[in-house]
Write a protein that binds this ligand. Sequence first.
Ligand SMILES: NC(=O)c1ccc[n+]([C@@H]2O[C@H](COP(=O)([O-])OP(=O)(O)OC[C@H]3O[C@@H](n4cnc5c(N)ncnc54)[C@H](OP(=O)(O)O)[C@@H]3O)[C@@H](O)[C@H]2O)c1
Length: 272
Amino acid sequence: MTLAGRTVVITGASSGIGAQAARQLADRGATVCLVARRAAELELVGGDIRAAGGVAHLYPTDLTDSDSCDALSRQLLADHPVIDVLVNNAARSIRRPINESTDRAHDHERTMAINYLAAVRLTLALVPRFVEQGHGHVVVSSTLSTQIPIPLFSAYLASKSALESFARSLAAELGGSSGSGGGVTSTIVYFPMVRTEMSGATSIYSAMPMMSPADAAGWLVRAVEKRPARISRRSGVLGEIAMATVPGLTVGLTRPLFRRMDASLKRASSRH
Ligand SMILES: NC(=O)c1ccc[n+]([C@@H]2O[C@H](COP(=O)([O-])OP(=O)(O)OC[C@H]3O[C@@H](n4cnc5c(N)ncnc54)[C@H](OP(=O)(O)O)[C@@H]3O)[C@@H](O)[C@H]2O)c1
């Protein structure tokens, strides 16, 4: 898909990967609709895009508020006669051991609220337009850690796995040729660790080598342009194969590796 003249809605556009992706998509000629709660940060991203000659529309919204999310989708549909792509990128992450979360079911509620339910609500509102147009592409930002499950992120990973499953269902039900009511495709993007506000919340990760937000944004641009079913590191695909064939062995072998990794990151971050 050439991006010139295309309209792309991107959530989580106020910081990190989403903000960089908005800039890169606009540089390639897309009209970008930026969604997040922090209006001032959206203004900064939108201002940069306009200063570089691009087109950005700002939609400050708390996506976990269902009335606000519905108002957003009504506004998007009213403002844009064609919406080509929705990038569901807004999210929150929680790193907490399960045995310290036994009275914290709300961790699961709040990650599901933004990472899964908000994305589904917005996507459902745009699906009739995608079907009417005969095309529409939905990108979801997920993580390598659903391919090879890393400990301490149970609420986050469960919400991302749910979103992946929804994205696969979209393509399975509404993909195919546009003439037969199809034309809706999806891409799941399995990011490795990326240096953003989200990963910065875990202090021991300061010592971990990570992808830059600009490179990660490039993955979202590729998802929009090429529309593959999946964008992943090869190690993630190997992890999926291992989990599909020998799940017990895979978890048994990776558990001590993750423990050692955490211990060495703790040591390295305390030296900084
Ligand atoms: N960083 C990593 O290592 C990593 C690894 C794998 C996957 N990912 C995924 O990549 C995506 C981008 O994350 P990031 O690293 O760029 O993190 P980030 O900088 O923290 O960005 C998260 C974005 O989500 C928005 N958001 C959060 N709650 C919201 C709400 N209730 N309503 C509307 N927007 C909301 C935030 O904006 P406001 O606060 O302004 O609302 C922000 O723009 C996420 O889906 C994340 O799960 C990240």
